[in-house]
Design a protein around this ligand. Sequence first.
Ligand code: ADP
Ligand code: MG
Length: 763
Amino acid sequence: PVDRSPEIQEARLKLPILAEEQVIMEAINENPIVVICGETGSGKTTQVPQFLYEAGYTSSNGIIGITEPRRVAAVSMSQRVAKEMNLSHRVVSYQIRYEGNVTDETQIKFMTDGVLLKEVQKDFLLLKYKVIIIDEAHERSMYTDILIGLLSRIVPLREKKGLPLKLIIMSATLRVEDFTENTRLFAVTPPVLQVDARQFPVTVHFNKKTPLDDYSGECFRKVCKIHRMLPSGGILVFLTGQAEVHSLCRRLRKAFPFQKNSTAGDDDDRKESVEEMRKFKKSRRRRKAATLPQINLDNYAVVPVDEGDEDRDAETDDDIAGSDVDLDLGDGDSEEEEKSDSSLPLYVLPLYSLLAPEKQAKVFRPPPPGTRLCVVATNVAETSLTIPGIKYVVDCGKVKKRFYDKITGVSSFRVTWISQASANQRAGRAGRTEPGHCYRLYSSAVFMDFEKFSAPEITKRPVEDLILQMKALNIEKVINFPFPTPPPAEALAAAEELLIALGALKEPPMTGRLKEQQAAKLSCPISPLGRVMATFPVAPRYAKMLALSRQHDCLPYTITIVSAMTVRELFEEFDRPAASEEETVKLKGKKGRLVQMQRIWAGQGSLQKLGDLMVMLGAVGACEYSGCTPKFCEENGLRYKAMLEIRRLRGQLTTAVNSVCTDAGLYVDPKMKPPTEAQATYLRQIVLAGLGDHLARRVQAEELLDDKWKNAYKTALLDDPVFIHPSSVLFKQLPDFVVYQEIVETTKLYMKGVSAVEPEWIP
Ligand code: ADP
Ligand code: MG
């Protein structure tokens, strides 16, 4: 029996899903696979695990696993469920890429979808689970899609073994036909249960004009109007990224100061970094005592490098009450709001996926008396988290996403319009507790041009990491896999091609006709090297580098380089527009300092030829020598969070390497010496082995047919000229051959993470 507090019990009883407990449990008892659809906030994530627990699903050796596409949800939902059930986090736990609190006593485990996918590799039948819940299936994250495909086969296998596994797929929308009407996936259509949410009408107000670019300013003006003119009720603002969220928070706090709050954010930040520094010093003292840090081997997942919520998009299909005009505030364009007004305190809180959990938790608590709550959020607030008391939603209509070229993998972050489904989902956040209002900062004509739904992630990005994981599961004919939505054939072919080139797959014999050869290429088995690579939680190109680095003691360096490349964005961005003259000068100074440091980190002699990768190595080394403090990072243009993440990833990769080469006996020495000249040369060869398809050749003067090729490079994949990014230490040197980490398209096609290659190494 569960011992819940009276307040919790009261709150639960208000959730629509509670009335459905019996129906849901009956369906689960009678069917191996059940789909549950219910509007965001109806109680799926917090209540279904409790129903199962109370029905005894965890009593006989087996636990309940719940996957979330976002780390934010895995952490905060485990905390919420533990609290509701009055159980310790030793029993209701979470596991995300780098961290978790799972114990032997864990009965309910929240995790990211990538974590569960990694577990399938170790134990295909997932025997430790009695129930798997795939949450937020409507988001169609790549790992969620694959898990559903795998589980469609695991469930019958478990049945045959007499150890049945229950699969529950939960979605915030009714758009589940890719799962239910796909007979290759589920031969027997699973029942779909619908939870009727109590959704109050939400009045949608469109702007008459759509702001060309300053949607952030438009958000500010709209919030000011709402706060001054409309009755009480929380405001939820949707923006696209962390930086925007912070800048709007600052502006709003300035406009509507609130005694405790006006500086609270900054104070908190300062306290936090002091605290982190203290913790770090303590952990360092401990490390000195024991040279071999104890790292949990299970503590990793295959997560794409840019896992985060800002590039995810939701898809839904709910109806929002039609537009009327009573509370229409008109397009905001007056300037008077900029004045500070402390008679109207606004309690402003940021919300995004990388925000520390304690800070995220603030949005669930009631605002201080006499203030109005205003949450400025990224896409996380769209379906993953439900914030109580929201009556007004301000929707900028945009989302930040990473776009990939399917074949070349060239990527760029772009802020684009959301889908209609997303817009409706956002609007729905306003009608959870009473009728609400949604202010869309774009016109209804623009809305009509939005795509209806956004496409599943798997159809939009390169899939080599996924294919390698699948081959490691001995799924050779990837093309026959029961994908809910298969990736495009050309993306599959490009992935196999790359994996063959890296030696991760066994090359098909070059006999027979071309057609047969091509078909064989799509069903190559994994090679022993591929198996080693698949154990590393990084992209296949980087895994190849790790696999090669046992020679000449290069491993610690490769681990650091790969960690730095995986974490990305080590350096602060100083090229942003400044608010004042003074700030412009300050930014210029900081940038100058960073450029100077980068030159130092790049080292001398043959170290320099390792280029930007040597800069990464040098920066991490210098930072660790200084104790990796927020102060050092701040002074030298490094992102502190990135540095901490690199340290964690170094630990994790070291553990992974030690588990494959039991005799490597590596341990993480934060204070790594710079590589020798010889090692730097080996490292360049190792990097070339991983990034062989990312080779670029400088266009020579005599080849110059067109000015656009001046200082340009030619790559195998692209017809257009590519350039070394101005931030690269090799920008001025222009070596004849380079390999690059990635090409990013801004004003031109730019190579980032560049390192020089000797022509005689090129196969
Ligand atoms: P769903 O998964 O269907 O979207 P949830 O189970 O996440 O719904 O949420 C159900 C309710 O629990 C929501 O109304 C939400 O406000 C509340 N809730 C969720 N997490 C917390 C929390 N940390 N603190 C307070 N209330 C919460
Ligand atoms: Mg949920």
